[in-house]
Design a protein around this ligand. Structure first.
Ligand code: ATP
Ligand code: MG
Length: 560
C-alpha cells in the first residue's frame, strides 16, 4: 500500500493533481489517450477519502467493462488499502443489478430473481411469438429479468419514487464515471437520477475515443456535460505519458479532421531523440503482410536463438522485447485467421483476445444451473469443476430450449473457461452468477502470457503495448465499408476515432501495414491504403518494402 496523505498526489503531474484534488461539484475531465485517466481517477478517490473525510462507502465508481472495473478496484486497493473494499466499483449493469435487488419488491420481483439466459429467452420468445408485451410477461412470471432491464427497471423505479432517489443520493454522494464518452441514453438517465445537477459527479473521458455509437452510445452526453450539470468544472489533461513523440504526432494528425475536442493537444512527455519513426509497410497481399509481421517480430524479439526461451529475457533482465510486449490490431475479427496461421507456422506464440460472452458458450449455462441447484461443496473453482464432472458423466445434456444437446467436451471446455472467473469471485456464488449473467467475457487474455496478443481495435481500448502492429490499414477496412455502400460522414468519423484509438495503444514502436489485394466477402479485390494515412506527415513514416504504386481510381476499386 502506498503512503496515504501528503504524498498521495506526488505521483501526479500538475494538471492531474488539479483534477484529483478539485473540490466537490460536477467535474469533467477531458483527457486524451495515455494522459493517465485511471491514475487520476483512483488518486482522486483516494485523496477525497484521505484528505477530505469522504467515506469510501459514499463513493461509486462506474466503468464500462468488467475488466476495467477489476483494474480500478485493484489500483484502489493499492492506494487505500482494505477500506477500498467499501467503495462501490462496478459496471452500469452491476449497478443496475444492485439497485434492483435492493428494491425487488417495489419492482414486482422476488428478491432471488434471476437474469434470463439465452435458453430462458429462447423459450419465452418461442412461447410469446412476436408479441413483445407477452414476452416480458412470461419472463416476469418465471421471476426472470432481461439484461436490458437491469438498467430500464431501476430507471423506472427511480423515476416514480423521489424518496428512493433521495436515499441513493444520500448513499452515493460521490460518483465517478470513466469513459463517459460511451454513455448511452439509459445509462445517462440513470446517472441523472443518481446525481443532482450540482452533485459530486466526476466524469472522465475522451470524445475522440468514442467508438461505440453502434451500440447506442452517444458522445453528445459528454459534450453537453456543462449544460446538464451546474457550474461544472472542466480540467484538461494534455500530457501523454504513453507514446513516443513520432507515434503521438502521427496519432494527433490522424484524428485532426474529426476531432471533437476543440484545440486538441497532446504533448509528449517522452522526448527521446532516438525514437524510431512509425513503420509503414505496403504489402502485396495478405500473405505478404503476415510475412512482414513474422519477420519483424522475429527481429524485435531477438531471432530464433531466443525463441526457445519463449522470450528475450535472460536472468530477469530484458535483453530485447518479449512476445508479450507485442500486439497486433485489426478492424474485423475475420482478419485474424491468416495472421494466427502465419505466426503459428513460425512458432511465434499468440493469444487472441475474445469479445465473446462466457454465457454464450455451450455448456456454461448447464454448469451455472448445476451450481445453483446441486449444493456442491468446496471452493467455487472446485465446485465448477465438480459440476462439470457431474454433467459430463451424464454424457449428453439437453439444452433447455430443446434445440440440441451439450456434449461432454463442451462441458470440459466450459469448465476451463469458467475457472478464472470463479477464482476472481472468491467463494461468492451470487457474484459469479451475476457476472456471468451481465456479460463476463471469455477471458482469453492473460497479461502474463508470453505470447503476441491479437485483438480488434475495439477490444484494444484502454490498453497499451510497447509494440503495436496495426494491420489492414486499407480503404474499405478503415473506414470499414460493405461492398457497394458508402459510409456516411458520421460513420467515417467514428472509424477515424477507432484508427486513433489503435495508433495510441503503442508506446515505443508502431507499424502500420496495408495489403494491395485482400479477399473480403468471398471476393479478392485490389485495395488502396486507408485515406486516414493521407493526413499524416510522410516524414513521420519509415517505409518498409516496395513503395506502393498509385493506381488511378476506377469503378471497380471504388466499389470495395
Ligand atoms: P486511454 O485513453 O488510452 O485509456 P489513459 O488516459 O487511461 O489512456 P493511462 O493508461 O492511465 O492513460 O496512462 C497511460 C500511461 O501513462 C500508463 O503507463 C501510466 O502509468 C502512465 N502515466 C500516467 N500519468 C503519469 C505520470 N504522472 N507520471 C508517469 N507516468 C504516468
Ligand atoms: Mg484508460
Amino acid at each position: 500500500m502506498e503512503e496515504v496523505g501528503t504524498g498521495l498526489l506526488d505521483r501526479l503531474d500538475a494538471m492531474q493533481r488539479v483534477a484529483a484534488s478539485a473540490p466537490g461539484g460536477p467535474l469533467l475531465i477531458v483527457a486524451g489517450p495515455g494522459t493517465g485517466k485511471t491514475r487520476t481517477l483512483t488518486h482522486r478517490i483516494a485523496y477525497l477519502c484521505a484528505e477530505l473525510n469522504v467515506f469510501p462507502e459514499q463513493c461509486l465508481a462506474i466503468t464500462f467493462t468488467r475488466r476495467a472495473a477489476e483494474e480500478l478496484r485493484h489500483r484502489l486497493d493499492g492506494l487505500l488499502g482494505p477500506v477500498a473494499e467499501d467503495v462501490t466499483v462496478g459496471t452500469f449493469h452491476s449497478l443496475g443489478l444492485t439497485i434492483l435487488r435492493e428494491n425487488a419488491e417495489a419492482a414486482g420481483l422476488p428478491v432471488d430473481f434471476r437474469i434470463a439466459d439465452d435458453a430462458d429467452r429462447a423459450a419465452a420468445r418461442a412461447e410469446a411469438g412476436d408479441d413483445p408485451e407477452a414476452y416480458t410477461g412470461l419472463l416476469r412470471k418465471r421471476d426472470l429479468v432481461d439484461l436490458d432491464e437491469l438498467l430500464t427497471l431501476p430507471v423506472a423505479l427511480l423515476r416514480a419514487d423521489r424518496k428512493l432517489v433521495r436515499e441513493y443520493r444520500e448513499r452515493w454522494k460521490w460518483i465517478f464515471v470513466d469513459e463517459y464518452q460511451d454513455v448511452d441514453a439509459v445509462q445517462y438517465e440513470l446517472l441523472r437520477l443518481l446525481s443532482p445537477a450540482d452533485g459530486n459527479l466526476c466524469a472522465i473521458g475522451d470524445p475522440d475515443q468514442a467508438i461505440y455509437s453502434f451500440r447506442g452510445a452517444e458522445v453528445g452526453y459528454f459534450l453537453r456535460f456543462s449544460q446538464d450539470f451546474t457550474d461544472a468544472r472542466l480540467v484538461r489533461l494534455n500530457r501523454n505519458y504513453r507514446s513516443s513523440a513520432p507515434i503521438l504526432a502521427a496519432a494527433v494528425q490522424a484524428i485532426a479532421p474529426s476531432s471533437l475536442v476543440r484545440g486538441r493537444r497532446l504533448d509528449p512527455a517522452r522526448l527521446d531523440p532516438e525514437a524510431p519513426l512509425v513503420g509503414r509497410y505496403a504489402a502485396a497481399s495478405v500473405a505478404d503482410e503476415a510475412d512482414f509481421l513474422v519477420r519483424t517480430i522475429d527481429d524485435l524479439v531477438g531471432g530464433l536463438s531466443h525463441r526457445s526461451l519463449d522470450s528475450g529475457r535472460i536472468d530477469g533482465r530484458s535483453t530485447s522485447l518479449s512476445f508479450s510486449d507485442i500486439a497486433v490490431l485489426y478492424r474485423t475479427d475475420s482478419q485474424a485467421a491468416p495472421i494466427v496461421d502465419a505466426l503459428a507456422r513460425a512458432n511465434i506464440p499468440v493469444q487472441k483476445r475474445s469479445h465473446d460472452r462466457l454465457r454464450d458458450r455451450p455448456g456454461v449455462t448447464a454448469i451455472a444451473r448445476e451450481l445453483r441447484h446441486a449444493g456442491l461443496d468446496g471452493s467455487l473453482a472446485a465446485r465448477v469443476r465438480l459440476a462439470g464432472q457431474v454433467l459430463a458423466e451424464r454424457f449428453a445434456v439437453p439444452t433447455l430450449d430443446g434445440s440440441g444437446s451439450v456434449r461432454p467436451e463442451d462441458v470440459r471446455v466450459a469448465v476451463d473457461l469458467l475457472t478464472p472467473l470463479a477464482r476472481r469471485c472468491g467463494d461468492d456464488l451470487e457474484l459469479f452468477l451475476s457476472q456471468l449473467a451481465t456479460g463476463a467475457e471469455v477471458d482469453a487474455l492473460d497479461p502474463r502470457a508470453e505470447a503476441v496478443t491479437l485483438l480488434t481495435l475495439h477490444a484494444a481500448k484502454g490498453l497499451e503495448f510497447p509494440v503495436v502492429f496495426l494491420v489492414g490499414a486499407e480503404d474499405g477496412l478503415l473506414p470499414l465499408r460493405w461492398p457497394g455502400s458508402e459510409p456516411d460522414e458520421d460513420a467515417v468519423a467514428e472509424e477515424r476515432r477507432l484508427f486513433f484509438v489503435g495508433l495510441t495503444r503503442a508506446q515505443d514502436r508502431l507499424y502500420v501495414s496495408h495489403a494491395g489485394r485482400r479477399t473480403r466477402h468471398g471476393t479478392e479485390r485490389e485495395c488502396r491504403p486507408s485515406p486516414f494515412l493521407d493526413v499524416i506527415d510522410p516524414g513521420l513514416f519509415e517505409r518498409f518494402g516496395e513503395p506502393e504504386v498509385r493506381r488511378p481510381r476506377d469503378r471497380q476499386l471504388r466499389l470495395i
